[in-house]
Write a protein that binds this ligand. Structure first.
Ligand code: FDA
Length: 308
């Protein structure tokens, strides 16, 4: 399985396959299991439906690593439109943003300026921007940008970050973020990382996820625990119960199209759940990372395609 994971992660970076896949009707059909659709309107429709099922949403306009300043601003514009639409339609939704899509690969100042504008907009609309975490070469710069924006007194609380339990450094990062009072989404991590920076064994990643979840739950800030792993969820629930932590002091987060049964079950049991809803034409790298997490999805998707 680790071999298949690496293969899908390598495929996620293949430009030719990406070019062909994102334009093919079969590709679009296959991706629809994990992606709300190609347009903003598709994402808003899905967000409304998810809200009706008692869950919150975070919207992700797909795209990473833009190559021009104009593209970065265009990507940011989609998020500004999303923040307006969320407010107009009174959706229970925030947004998740990747800094490489906001031009981080071109200039830190550009990405930070765009992120700050988005957070300002979100703050005015009483909303929130979550900065997704990308590969480990970007961990420090992402933390620096989020901490600087959060340090502006008028923006405090309107920006949050993601921490990955597969990185050795995450415990120290969480200590610092807790001291700053920054909201964290904890996940295991979706990129291929070398053993110098990340635990190579899944058991260690899982154990670290549980340990870091407990640190987060122990504090006063509202955090998100992003996993579909029933063992992680059971450990979090048991820690919360043992320490008298009310179920509304944190949220579980899961991806659109993944373990919908578990999402609904947690809501029935009184837990808060937020669904990560990605949309847009640049779905290929995101889709491939989902296959990397569970290569059995390939057979599942192929079966569904043949059935249609
Ligand atoms: P794990 O991979 O161990 O899977 C546990 C079980 O969950 C599997 O056995 C299966 O049942 C189910 N499952 C997991 N993935 C599945 C899939 N794709 N299809 C079907 N079933 C699946 N990563 C990152 O590096 N930066 C980020 O910013 C984010 N953001 C983010 C937001 C949200 C809301 C979520 C849920 C996840 C992320 N991730 C992420 C991805 C995360 O790092 C991780 O790769 C996946 O969540 C898979 O890890 P699990 O904790 O689900 O466990």
């Amino acid at each position: 399985m680790p071999l298949l994971r690496s293969a899908f992660i390598a495929l996620s970076r293949n430009r030719l396959l990406r070019h062909l896949g994102e334009r093919s009707s079969i590709g679009i059909k296959l991706s629809s299991r994990f992606i709300a659709g190609m347009e903003i309107e598709d994402a808003l429709r899905v967000a409304e439906a998810v809200n009706h099922q008692g869950m919150s949403v975070t919207l992700d306009s797909l795209g990473e690593s833009v190559t021009s300043v104009a593209e970065a601003h265009k990507a940011a514009d989609v998020y500004h439109r999303l923040l307006d639409a969320i407010a107009e339609r009174k959706l229970d939704a925030n947004v998740s943003v990747k800094l490489t899509q906001m031009g981080l690969g071109l200039s830190r100042d550009l990405a930070e300026g765009i992120a700050e504008d988005l957070v300002r907009h979100a703050h005015a609309a009483r909303n929130f921007v979550r900065i997704d975490m990308e590969d480990s070469s970007l961990t420090q710069v992402t933390l620096d940008i989020v901490r600087r924006v959060h340090a502006k007194p008028d923006l405090r609380g309107s920006i949050g970050i993601v921490i990955q339990s597969y990185l050795y450094r995450s415990e120290a990062d969480i200590e610092q973020l807790l001291a700053d009072g920054i909201r964290v989404r904890l996940c295991k991590g979706a990129y291929k990382e070398p053993p110098e920076v990340a635990f190579p064994k899944k058991a260690d990643v899982d154990a670290n996820f549980i340990r870091l979840s407990c640190f987060l739950l122990d504090g006063p800030v509202y955090h998100g625990l992003a996993t579909h792993d029933e063992n992680m969820i059971a450990a979090i629930r048991s820690f919360a119960t043992k320490h008298g932590i009310d179920s509304n002091r944190f949220e579980f987060q899961m991806l659109f199209g993944v373990r919908r049964d578990l999402q609904r079950q947690l809501v029935r049991e009184g837990y808060k759940v937020r669904v990560y809803v990605p949309f847009g034409r640049e779905w290929y790298p995101y889709f491939m990372r989902r296959l990397a997490e569970r290569p059995a999805n390939v057979f599942f998707l192929a079966k569904n395609l043949l059935r249609k």
